[in-house]
Design a protein around this ligand. Structure first.
Ligand SMILES: *[C@@H]1O[C@H](CO)[C@@H](O)[C@H](O)[C@H]1NC(C)=O
Ligand SMILES: *[C@@H]1O[C@H](CO)[C@@H](O)[C@H](O)[C@H]1NC(C)=O
Ligand SMILES: *[C@@H]1O[C@H](CO)[C@@H](O)[C@H](O)[C@H]1NC(C)=O
Ligand SMILES: *[C@@H]1O[C@H](CO)[C@@H](O)[C@H](O)[C@H]1NC(C)=O
Ligand SMILES: *[C@@H]1O[C@H](CO)[C@@H](O)[C@H](O)[C@H]1NC(C)=O
Ligand SMILES: *[C@@H]1O[C@H](CO)[C@@H](O)[C@H](O)[C@H]1NC(C)=O
Ligand SMILES: *[C@@H]1O[C@H](CO)[C@@H](O)[C@H](O)[C@H]1NC(C)=O
Ligand SMILES: *[C@@H]1O[C@H](CO)[C@@H](O)[C@H](O)[C@H]1NC(C)=O
Ligand SMILES: *[C@@H]1O[C@H](CO)[C@@H](O)[C@H](O)[C@H]1NC(C)=O
Ligand SMILES: *[C@@H]1O[C@H](CO)[C@@H](O)[C@H](O)[C@H]1NC(C)=O
Ligand SMILES: *[C@@H]1O[C@H](CO)[C@@H](O)[C@H](O)[C@H]1NC(C)=O
Ligand SMILES: *[C@@H]1O[C@H](CO)[C@@H](O)[C@H](O)[C@H]1NC(C)=O
Length: 617
């Protein structure tokens, strides 16, 4: 009887531990056929699921879905007909081994492969010609091998592809035009590629093509003072390859193109709160000049248009003499820091792929430029001509919230403390709520992300880059960098609504809480979406593990952390109409800590929170 019971339980035990027998054998054949210098605890007698290093089974334990064996010391070619039998495999990582031989032909059976990491091996020979058989491939990292031959154009069939690293191989020929909307990371550096960079890849930085014989378009040389309108147009088609020193040239060119016939355009900086100092002379000069009638309502084409209330008094000549430095390449264009001779610093952003016509563009700028709020980065001026669109913004010296959070995670990092993060969140929320009041309550920011949030003089968040999405071409590349912030319902970036701003803001809050980027790679090299990750962790009630370890040093903030997390989660719900309005988000955050409506004072007091919302001028 006892024995019967024992066998009963024994059989239950084995049934409960059903395992993928054929997949297990395939792995054993693989390990037996490939020399490895480190011990693998793969024993025939132990169940493969949960007990074999680096092996992951499907939930029902019927198949093996992931094999991760980095740095096991494999040496030699992959034995044929081994890994190729794991036909449900989704993740394969064999990085940092000494595997040689060609790309295994039988990987063609791994139809569901999504993540492939073979970097830092000694693979050689050509890449597979037909990549379209792996329709779900998301990340391909074949870098640091000895692959040769050309880059197959069939890669452009991989609609899911988000990362492609082929750096440090011996690939040759020209780079195919890879029209991959989800591609976020690419690196083709250090190969023998030639020709030019296809248009679809021009949105990526030069460094990803370095170490090849690729002709980079040379902006500086194409912008000579004798530039004709025709050649100017020509040079513009190769934008995105602009270097630091080119800004000057661009503005000169824009000036010559746009203001033909006008010798000097004197900018009138309209100043309601006029400065009594040295600016007045310039202002007077402007008033006496025949150009004084220039205003943004004027029909005349192509001039730098300043907004009322801006307290700068520089003219185009000053701007031309400014020294410029690249701040960054963003979703909509390249930003420069321009320092004028009088030490005024502004941000000049050069837009690419503006979809709207002049009139629509001007209307939108009119709306955006008139917003004056301490939590909205001020648009000082803009310039629109057929060939060039420039935006002039206020400059903040502390850098973006993205840089503060994710930059310099090394030893000398200054952690961003919890109070600062609260101030960033409440400031940004107020700024966005203010934006949502504009244009009869219809204005959408359209590009909320931590790299578009800066610290104002009181160290509260201040949002920048608003209202551009609707005038740019849809899915303006690189849509990628914005991808982690984009609400699921947004298919056309031009038509995003206010609820999608709320979603993006929720992602920024999650960033502040977790210290993680909206899309990041784990140690196992998988790409993780922050929203999904937080959902998965919170669902399993590991709430504490969600938060940034840097925050753990501050006492008595747990409640605030959890409340902020709840607000963030309510912003990132899937259904747009279930998300709170931005005004409500502001109130909720203010309730977390009784925050006064005036940014200039620290958190304290119990005044009922009010969002400042001056009507526009
Ligand atoms: C093999 O090693 C992993 C950890 O690397 C461990 O979790 C597993 O239990 C081990 N399996 C056996 C059979 O020892
Ligand atoms: C690709 O992934 C989708 C969804 O995850 C799945 O339905 C489909 O079967 C996969 N394709 C292949 C070839 O396995
Ligand atoms: C392929 O993988 C996805 C998950 O990435 C899974 O949902 C799907 O069922 C798999 N399809 C097949 C045919 O195995
Ligand atoms: C890589 O493979 C080549 C032959 O294809 C061999 O000569 C070389 O020694 C290998 N390098 C390493 C580091 O194993
Ligand atoms: C690739 O390398 C192999 C030797 O490893 C050589 O036989 C072959 O010709 C090379 N192919 C190309 C296209 O260079
Ligand atoms: C994409 O796949 C289709 C069919 O699978 C094939 O006909 C086509 O040639 C592929 N495209 C490229 C660029 O290889
Ligand atoms: C590929 O591998 C390299 C080297 O390990 C790494 O730096 C890179 O981030 C990886 N790329 C992708 C897209 O995962
Ligand atoms: C390529 O190799 C160089 C030198 O070995 C290394 O510094 C670089 O990080 C490698 N590139 C990638 C993308 O792995
Ligand atoms: C690129 O190199 C290949 C040989 O690898 C050659 O046939 C082709 O003409 C080159 N193309 C250009 C634009 O130099
Ligand atoms: C690409 O790889 C090169 C080295 O091979 C590196 O210098 C460069 O920064 C990488 N670019 C990106 C965007 O990862
Ligand atoms: C680079 O390509 C140009 C043509 O595009 C060719 O004239 C030159 O010889 C190539 N240089 C090397 C080192 O292959
Ligand atoms: C680009 O222009 C600079 C200066 O005009 C020159 O030094 C450089 O050689 C040029 N580069 C190419 C690739 O033409």
């Amino acid at each position: 009887m006892i024995l019967r019971t024992f066998f009963f339980f024994l059989s239950l035990f084995f049934l409960g531990n059903a395992e993928p027998v054929e997949d297990k054998q395939a792995l054993l054949d693989f390990a037996n056929g490939l020399r490895h210098s480190r011990y693998l605890n793969w024993s025939e007698d132990t169940p493969v699921c949960n007990h074999w290093t680096g092996v992951t089974c499907s939930a029902d334990k019927s198949r093996i879905v992931a094999v991760r064996l980095p740095g096991v010391g494999f040496h030699g070619p992959i034995p044929p007909n081994t890994l190729g039998r794991l036909s449900d495999l989704q993740i394969l990582s064999l990085r940092s081994n000494g595997i040689s031989g060609g790309f295994p032909a039988d990987f063609a059976n791994l139809k569901n492969l999504s993540y492939l990491y073979l970097q830092f091996n000694n693979f050689s020979g050509p890449l597979p010609q037909d990549f379209s058989i792996w329709e779900n491939l998301t990340i391909i990292n074949l870098s640091n091998n000895a692959f040769n031959g050309s880059i197959p154009s069939s890669l452009s069939n991989l609609t899911q592809l988000g990362g492609l690293n082929l750096a440090n191989n011996s690939l040759s020929g020209e780079i195919p035009d890879l029209k991959l909307p989800h591609l976020q990371l690419i690196n083709l550096s250090n190969n023998n590629l030639n020709g030019s960079i296809p248009e679809s890849l021009q949105r990526f930085p030069d460094s990803v093509f370095a170490g090849n014989n690729i002709s980079f378009q040379n902006f500086t040389s194409s912008l000579s003072p004798s530039l004709s309108p025709a050649s100017g147009t020509h040079s513009r088609s190769k934008n995105g390859r602009l270097n630091e020193t080119a800004l000057l040239g661009i503005i000169v060119a824009a000036c010559i193109l746009g203001l033909a016939g006008v010798a000097f355009l004197i900018l009138i900086c309209c100043s309601r709160k006029k400065h009594k100092d040295g600016f007045s002379g310039k202002l007077q000069k402007a008033k006496m000049s025949p150009e004084k009638e220039i205003s943004r309502s004027e029909e005349a084409n192509n001039r730098l248009v300043f907004f009322e209330g801006c307290n700068y008094a520089f003219d185009l000549e000053d701007l031309l003499r400014a020294s410029a430095e690249v701040l960054g390449k963003g979703t909509f264009g390249i930003s420069y820091k321009a320092i004028l001779e009088d030490a005024t610093t502004v941000v000049v952003k050069r837009l690419r792929e503006v979809g709207a016509g002049k009139r629509d563009f001007e209307q939108q700028m009119e709306i955006v430029g008139n917003i004056r709020h301490e939590n909205v980065v001020e648009l000082k001026a803009y310039y629109y001509s057929k060939d060039e669109k420039l935006m002039v913004y206020e400059y903040y010296s502390q850098g973006s919230v993205s840089a503060l959070l994710h930059g310099n995670r090394g030893e000398d990092r200054v952690p961003l403390d919890w109070d600062s993060r609260m101030r960033i969140a409440i400031g940004a929320a107020r700024g966005i709520a203010r934006i949502h009041l504009e244009n009869s309550g219809k204005l959408v920011h359209g590009n909320i992300k931590s790299s578009n949030i800066f610290l104002n003089s009181q160290s509260y968040g201040s949002v920048s880059d608003l209202g551009l999405a609707s005038v740019m071409s849809s899915l303006a590349p690189p849509i990628s960098r914005a991808a982690g912030y984009r609400a699921p319902e947004v298919t056309d970036t031009r038509k995003a609504g206010q609820p999608s701003d709320v979603f993006s803001f929720g992602v920024v809050m999650l960033e502040l809480l977790t210290g993680k980027s909206p899309v990041y790679a784990t140690n196992g090299d998988e790409m993780v979406h922050l929203v999904r990750w937080v959902h998965s962790v919170v669902r399993e009630e590991w709430t504490a593990e969600v938060f940034d370890v840097e925050l753990m040093r501050y006492p008595n903030i747990e409640e605030e952390l959890v409340e902020m997390l709840q607000i963030a989660m309510s912003c990132v719900v899937r259904m747009p109409d279930q998300r709170p309005k931005m005004q409500e988000v502001v109130k909720m955050i203010e309730n977390v800590r009784s925050v006064e409506s005036d940014n200039s004072r620290p958190f304290s007091g119990n005044k009922s929170p009010v969002v400042r919302s001056e009507p526009s001028v």
